[in-house]
Design a protein. Structure first.
Length: 128
């Protein structure tokens, strides 16, 4: 990946498109937003694949992310809480719990930050 400087930040062009990154919301996505997004969406994608492999039918997955940052240490990310709302008919919570365990073990982004950032993953099922 190559990044070029622009007013207020940097940009790169990737196969999917143009990405602008800045510490200022006025100029692009903030780095912490991209990190949290990477962790949340990696977990969601892995969960989706695991549910499909386990033949657990579902209609939707919605992820809420809450971030705790430490202002005293360069505003670093200390904890990310991910809450998954899984919608479907007759979902078995024990099987979903097993899928969540496998998700954490198999998400490359979560595994990349273990020991640096606390990741807490919770879920609820929604009948639908």
């Amino acid at each position: 990946m190559e990044f070029s400087m622009k007013e207020g930040g940097f940009f790169t062009d990737l196969p999917f498109g143009h990405l602008e990154v800045s510490g200022d919301d006025a100029y692009g996505f903030r780095p912490y937003q991209l990190m949290v997004s990477s962790i949340a969406v990696c977990s969601g994608g892995v969960l989706r694949k695991i549910l499909e492999k386990m033949r657990i039918p579902f209609d939707d997955i919605h992820i809420s992310a809450n971030v705790e940052r430490n202002e005293g240490k360069a505003n670093r990310i200390e904890k990310i809480e991910l809450h998954f709302r899984i919608k479907g008919k007759g979902l078995n919570e024990q099987k979903i719990a097993k899928a969540m365990e496998l998700t954490k073990k198999n998400c490359s982004m979560v595994q990349s930050v273990i020991g640096s950032i606390e990741i807490e993953e919770t879920f609820e099922t929604i009948e639908g």
